[in-house]
Design a protein around this ligand. Structure first.
Ligand code: F6P
Length: 484
């Protein structure tokens, strides 16, 4: 710890504000509490820059009524924000995940609008903004993340006009026709306009935002710029996020990963083709229709359980939200029916795993899979698609990818599908299963080049450099991470 050591709150030159801390709370069998780094790519990208810049991370621990003092974990300065049980229900499960989440994902589920949820969203965003205002050093850079925190930029600017503020939205930003359903649409737009730079996954999302600001808030805009009456300029542009490509490739190449991949295939009965789906158990991911397409391929005899198996990993997520509970029941029923109707002793059609796995097991699964099936109905990016590509260092394997995932902009050599078109999805899966190794190698090589050239560190660098250019009046520069 450097600056402000010994004081309750240490001042930071670079501050990350995100709904969650980059660590998970682990309670041991004896009741002892420790913290484990969460597997997300965001920490990997930002950690080196944080170390160089007296960085700190503000976020929620994931529990209710936890009152945890700021602490340092693994060299990172972490500042927890407390949520009450009611706020977990209204801000997190409610407004964030039952209002904004479905609204921003093409309304694939019906968003619920409740005024108490909105009030809770405002209150929690204010708490995060106030915490950030306390922790940020003079002229610090504050990088706010994602849909749970959209009011923070304006609230923070009001408290601390000296700060440089960036915002990045990890999920899609909807077209005006959907966004304007939101009773608090103007407040959210004004919240985001507190940032100097508003980053999105895709150029279309940035355009949606600029158009909405022009229509709903009435500010002048030109291309990716918004001109505010107070003379400030806000830029809105695309910064497609990525993964720790070298780290993942290194893991995939290890002897233990190769060994485990072989073991997985053996345990699956050494089928000719292993198809794999890996998703959070979320209705935006298109798991249900994907499995229906697979069932039809089996019933029509295009594929057979004798030489083909589907492994679906579904990570538990937001389990107290009604839509997620219902989805879990639907998938449980569908998998049960498919296996009951089509499986044989020792050869189920689908291996369904409702769990999360550590990184090394995921790398082994990616190595074990011949065809990766990623078919979200809408997805900001989808890092699983990129992770699969990073693990296929020998240019083998096929990626079936929804055109409605942000990753489809970059992974152009994937077998593309419209996830609403079951027949199209069946055709794409079959084409991928039967593709010639030369064709697969050509596609995978090109996609590997893309994820190698655009990894998550490059993403963070590009965003922070743009922020420097967008707000030049702030003279405190962010030092790039030292080479490792
Ligand atoms: O994709 C958006 C996102 O919020 C990620 O940042 C996060 O890893 C994932 O969804 C799960 O979110 P939650 O915090 O609700 O478990």
């Amino acid at each position: 710890m450097s600056k402000g050591e010994g004081s309750a709150i240490r001042k930071a030159d670079l501050l990350i504000v995100a709904n969650r801390l980059p660590v998970d709370r682990v309670v041991g069998p004896d009741g002892s509490v420790s913290w484990r780094r969460s597997p997300g790519g965001l920490v990997t990208a930002i950690e080196p820059v944080m170390r160089e810049n007296d960085g700190a991370w503000i976020g929620w621990s994931g529990g209710a009524d936890d009152d945890i003092d700021p602490f340092v974990e693994d060299g990172m300065s972490l500042v927890p924000v407390t949520l009450s049980g009611q706020e977990v229900e209204e801000f997190y499960e409610g407004f964030s995940n039952a209002t904004l989440w479905p609204l921003y994902h093409d309304v694939v589920a019906k968003p619920e609008f409740h005024r108490e949820w909105w009030d809770s969203y405002v209150a929690v965003n204010r708490r995060f903004a106030e915490r950030a205002a306390q922790v940020a050093d003079e002229k610090a850079l504050v990088w706010v993340h994602d849909y749970q925190m959209q009011l923070v930029p304006a609230m923070l600017r009001e408290l601390r006009p000296d700060l440089r503020i960036g915002f990045f939205l990890h999920i899609p930003f909807p077209p005006a026709e959907l966004f304007q359903q939101l009773p608090w649409r103007r407040q959210l737009l004004e919240g985001l306009l507190g940032a100097d730079l508003v980053g999105f996954q895709r150029p279309g999302a940035a355009q949606n935002f600029v158009r909405l600001v022009r229509q709903r808030v009435g500010h002048k805009t030109h291309r990716d710029l918004v001109y505010l009456p107070d003379g400030r300029t806000v830029r809105a542009a695309a910064y497609p996020i990525s993964i720790d490509t070298p780290g993942l490739e290194r893991l995939a190449r290890t002897e233990s990963t190769e060994q485990r991949a072989k073991e997985i295939r053996e345990q699956l009965g050494n089928p000719r083709t292993v198809l794999l789906g890996v998703d959070r158990l979320d209705y935006t991911k298109g798991i249900y229709d994907r499995l229906r397409a697979f069932r039809e391929l089996l019933t029509q005899g295009d594929l057979s359980v004798d030489d083909c198996v589907f492994v679906q990993v579904a990570t538990p997520s937001r389990e107290r939200v009604e839509q997620y509970r219902r989805l879990r029941d639907e998938i449980d029923r569908l998998v049960g029916r498919i296996n009951g109707d089509l499986g044989k002793i020792g050869s189920p059609a689908i291996h369904y795993l409702h769990t999360s796995y550590p990184k090394d097991e995921m790398a082994a699964l990616f190595r074990a899979a011949d065809v990766m099936v990623v078919t979200p109905l809408r997805d900001g990016m989808n890092l699983v698609a990129k992770e699969y590509v990073a693990c296929r260092y020998d240019d083998t394997g096929a990626l079936v990818l929804s055109e409605f995932a942000g990753a489809a902009d970059e992974l152009r050599q994937a077998f593309r599908v419209n996830p609403y078109d079951i027949n199209g999805m069946k055709d794409a899966i079959l084409t991928a299963v039967h593709a010639q190794p030369r064709d697969l190698a050509r596609r995978m090589k090109a996609m590997r080049k893309t994820v190698s050239e655009h990894d998550v560190k490059g993403w963070a660098r590009r965003f922070l450099e743009s922020l420097d250019e967008t707000a030049p009046e702030h003279n405190k520069k962010v030092r790039p991470a030292t080479a490792q």
